[in-house]
Design a protein around this ligand. Structure first.
Ligand code: DMJ
Length: 934
């Protein structure tokens, strides 16, 4: 593989190298030696077992690809729950996610080179013919430039790269005459109008038929784009230029990269998440290595590898130094502000950053790669998958998981780097979890919520482009692949581009900007490859020794201890600033600190307390700054608390034939009736109630008796429906939305409220399904008549036994269930105060905190006033070990800050106005950021 072991590839690239280039080149070489010297540590996996796992990957790929081809093609993607193609315009819009879909058979194109890697040469030949015959790149549809580049242009180029390789071998693809490359060129020209901006940064979207400017284009008014969106083009565009000799593509991509480099924040050397494509101003100034930025960094390093241009490595190293200085807080990678890089911008991480350990392997910085990977693996072990976002104390922040491949990617590169069989075991777990939790009869379904195990009707093309490639390569030996993977580099979508492109058609004039790079001291490379080269041969337990201390990082986490305690060391001798999470409205000392920070406390009539900050009233500019940070923390804390007060979603799992528990639907809970999080799940056959709206006494009690009644939403209160079906003898109820086409993919889930009266009489569990999810059950009834479901807070494991399980008599089961429910009818259910769901969603605590003009205001509810929101967690986890860790980290941080010449928090005195202006921007950006989806 090129990154980890691409000695040959580097040989082709650049004959003369700056000292930096040795780092990457050596990295590649030392990784090869690491792989071959492994002798101890985790027990090695036998060749047979590796082959078995490789075959399992092949079978899984067949299941995903076969179902796509049979049930979805030529649509862009497969909808694995409803077993049909996702055609844009025919399904409710999911917003930006749909911008990847251009009616160009996305999954087929994205899968092309995976077919060759997986040795499916015959299928590859068929797939290429289909692409040439069926795919139209001229549709009147607005697509994302970034996604179209990495998935479609990259897919076509990857397909072309392997087609010419196969043709040269002389057996397959003998008829091939660069047709995929011609399509790629056609697509490249279609994307070029996006670059028509003064900055050279591309518009984020383009109409494939009408471009940007034409009135029919329905795009071209955007002002912002993400950094990764503008900075992830060079590999595909340069490959296109070098394959075809048309230099324009590489020129445009280089120009965009040059512009981003110019715009980096000069004191931190970091970039923000979004940038104005006309002015070059940073729109979002938070900076991390995950969503919105990730592949910008990846492409700088890989552009150096593929194109042999030192300036890319120099830029990468400058950014990398900044990342390791500010964002890396091992094992965490936390977003910071580009202007105040010592200040964390979030208390959560997103799943996309899981690619970073793989990139660190390419860089040759193995230790932090091992640490972060291990932390991520612990999160996966807790939730089965990596949630889209998770907090620094490893709780779920965003619960979806769209089968992203980044963690598998890093696992593969770490295995190549260390040769440690531990990473094979990690891969085995990934395979098991995919089969156990995501596999459905018609493909693999994304996880809607990793906590409940519920599914989304979605199988993204990257699952085939990347996941299966990395998993297969992880277990493959050299002889299992029909070509030498080390002659290629992986794009961000895992498409393969040949390294020989570095010496082909080099006609682009390179910008000479070397003098602009930060001179990095040698310590930047202390922990890069040259060290590991020495380490591995001498210490095969190297990786294990780094992982060991992190083994319990998730289960026994001390949320505060794990984050580098930066603030406390800002002013030596001074008292640490008050943190929002520690604040108690009854503590006089805290009130005094608030006053110093210019924060006043207003007691609202409803018992809540509002915090307002007037920076001008602060005792000093530093206190004003502390106050603003306190307010920002309070905003984040409050929104987190609001999230936590919501009842988590529930799951409806179809357990009868042919689903056998594999299809899990996300359901909204009810604030009344049996609380499924406290009781055993309810299992039973379903029956529609009559009247279907359940608003009066049922006329078909015999049909719903002992069953789970299906009722339509609307016309009366949820509680009334529940009473009517309960009186008819139902053991549970599922309310199905009457709003046709609604789906949990597009609408926020909510909890069903009571009717304002006492609802203790309702003892059966009630769940809510949007219309699309509900129709999966209704369709199943039409097709199979008897449909049995499980109502629970978390899907029950779907192991193969379920398929053989004697289907329990619904009557017996329901009688037991009813008895249990009656016995528990007096149980107190701790519910949050909610508005009627007919009017509102889960956001029932509207005391959102937004800065008013130059003031900042935040409200906290009475229950929050005297209690530290993390208190429970901390009380339980503050054992000796954790306290030590806290101190240790604090000490470590103090030493770091002392020796860090860039840290001047104690000395810097900024005028209040400028601090305020700065902070208000940050707070706005923060609020925007929190609303954003990945
Ligand atoms: C892929 O499309 C690419 O890897 C991209 O760079 C970001 N991540 C998705 C999959 O998660």
């Amino acid at each position: 593989m090129s990154e980890a072991g691409g000695g040959r590839g580097f040989g082709y690239s650049v004959p003369q190298r700056a000292p930096w280039s040795l780092v990457a080149a050596t990295a590649a070489l030392c990784l090869v030696s690491a792989t071959s010297v492994w002798t101890a540590g985790a027990s090695p996996m036998s060749r047979e077992e590796k082959q078995k796992l490789g075959n399992q990957v092949l079978e899984m790929f067949d299941h995903a690809y076969g179902n796509y081809m049979e049930h979805a093609y030529p649509a862009d993607e497969l909808m694995p729950l409803t077993c049909r193609g996702r055609v844009r315009g025919q399904e409710p819009s999911r917003g930006d996610v749909d911008d990847a879909l251009g009616k160009f058979s996305l999954t087929l194109i994205d899968s092309l080179d995976t077919l060759v890697v997986l040795n499916k040469t015959k299928e590859f030949e068929d797939a290429v013919r289909k692409v040439l015959r069926d795919v139209n790149l001229d549709n009147d549809v607005v697509v994302s430039v970034f996604e179209t580049n990495i998935r479609v242009l990259g897919g076509l180029l990857g397909g072309h790269s392997l087609a010419i390789m196969l043709k040269e071998k002389g057996e397959y693809m003998q008829w091939y005459n660069d047709e995929l490359l011609q399509m790629a060129k056609q697509l490249g020209y279609k994307l070029l109008p996006a670059f028509n901006t003064t900055s050279g940064l591309p518009y984020p979207r383009i109409n494939l038929k009408f471009g940007i400017r034409k009135p029919e284009a329905r795009t071209g008014t955007e002002t912002d784009t993400c950094t990764a969106c503008a900075g992830t083009l060079i590999l595909e565009f340069a490959a296109l230029s070098r394959f075809t000799g048309a230099t324009i593509f590489e020129e445009y991509a280089r120009k965009a990269l040059d512009f981003l480099w110019e715009k980096r924040q000069r004191s931190s050397n970091l970039v923000g998440v979004t940038i104005n494509i006309h002015t070059g101003d940073w729109v979002r100034k938070d900076s991390g290595v995950g969503a919105g930025i990730d592949s910008y960094y990846e492409y700088l390093l890989k552009a150096y590898v593929l194109l042999g241009d030192d300036s890319f490595l120099e830029r990468f190293n400058t950014h990398y130094d900044a990342i390791m200085r500010y964002i890396s807080q091992p094992p965490l990678l936390l977003d910071v502000h580009i202007h105040k890089p010592m200040l964390n911008a979030r208390t959560w991480m997103d799943a996309l950053l899981a690619f970073f350990p793989g990139l660190q392997v390419l860089k040759g910085d193995i230790r932090p790669a091992i640490e972060t990977h291990e932390m991520l693996y612990q999160v996966i072990k807790k939730h089965n998958f990596l949630p889209e976002a998770f907090t620094t104390d490893f709780r779920v922040h965003w619960a979806q998981h769209p089968l992203r491949p980044e963690f598998a990617e890093s696992t593969y590169f770490l295995y190549k780097a260390t040769g440690d069989p531990y990473y094979l075991e990690v891969g085995k777990t990934l395979i098991e979890n995919l089969n156990k939790y995501a596999r459905v009869p018609c493909g693999f379904a994304a996880m809607k919520d990793v906590r409940t195990g519920s599914h989304e009707d979605r199988m993204d093309s990257f699952f085939l482009a990347e996941m299966f490639k990395y998993l297969y390569l992880l277990f493959a030996d050299k002889e299992d692949i029909i070509f030498d993977i080390e002659d290629y580099i992986f794009t961000t979508e895992a498409h393969l581009l040949p390294l020989w492109l570095s010496t082909t058609n080099q006609r682009i004039s390179k910008k000479n900007t070397t003098s602009e790079y930060t001179e990095l001291d040698d310590s930047n490379f202390d922990w890069t490859c040259p060290n590991t080269q020495i380490l591995f041969p001498n210490d095969p337990l190297y990786a294990q020794s780094i992982r060991e201390p992190l083994k319990n990082v998730v289960d026994k986490s001390c949320p505060r201890g794990i984050i580098r305690v930066r603030e406390e060391s800002f002013r030596s001798g001074a008292k640490p600033p008050l943190r929002a999470r520690d604040f108690m409205a009854t503590n006089p000392e805290h009130l005094e600190i608030l006053k110093k920070m210019g924060v006043s406390l207003i007691h609202l009539k409803d018992g809540r307390v509002q915090l307002v900050q007037h920076a001008i009233q602060a005792a000093s500019s530093i206190d004003a700054e502390d106050g603003l940070r306190f307010m920002q923390e309070m905003i984040e804390l409050s929104s987190q608390q609001q999230k936590e007060q919501q009842l988590p979603p529930r799951a409806v799992q179809i357990v009868s034939h042919p689903f056998f528990g594999r299809v899990v639907l996300t359901a909204g809970p009810a604030q009344f009736g049996l609380d499924l999080s406290k009781h055993k799940e309810t299992r039973g056959f379903v029956a529609s109630s009559k009247p279907y709206n359940g608003c009066s006494e049922l006329t078909n009690p015999e049909a719903v008796m002992g069953k789970i009644a299906l009722i339509q939403r609307g016309q009366c209160m949820f509680a009334e429906k529940a009473r009517n079906i309960q009186n008819a003898g139902a053991i549970g109820g599922i309310v199905i939305d009457d709003n046709e086409g609604s789906s949990s993919d597009t609408a926020p889930l909510f909890q069903m409220a009571g009717d304002g009266k006492d609802t203790d009489d309702i003892t059966i569990p009630m769940l809510f399904l949007f219309s699309k999810e509900g129709s999966i059950i209704l369709d199943a009834i039409r097709e199979y008549e008897e449909v049995e479901v499980l109502l629970s807070d978390k899907a029950k494991d779907r192991d193969p036994e379920m398929e053989n399980e004697e289907q329990p008599s619904s009557e017996n089961d329901s009688q037991n269930q009813s008895a249990e429910q009656i016995a528990s009818s007096s149980q107190e259910v701790d519910l949050v105060d909610q508005e009627s769901p007919e009017e509102s969603s889960l956001n029932s605590h509207p005391e959102s905190l937004s800065p008013a003009d130059t003031d900042n205001a935040a409200s906290i509810s009475p229950s929050e006033q005297n209690s530290n929101p993390t208190e429970n967690h901390e009380t339980t986890s503050l054992d000796g070990e954790c306290t030590d860790l806290d101190n240790q980290l604090k000490e470590q941080s103090e030493t770091e800050e002392d020796s860090n010449p860039n840290v001047s928090w104690g000395k810097k005195v900024q005028p209040i106005d400028s601090i305020l202006a700065d902070w208000n921007e940050d707070i706005e950006a923060f609020e925007m950021m929190d609303k954003d989806e990945l």
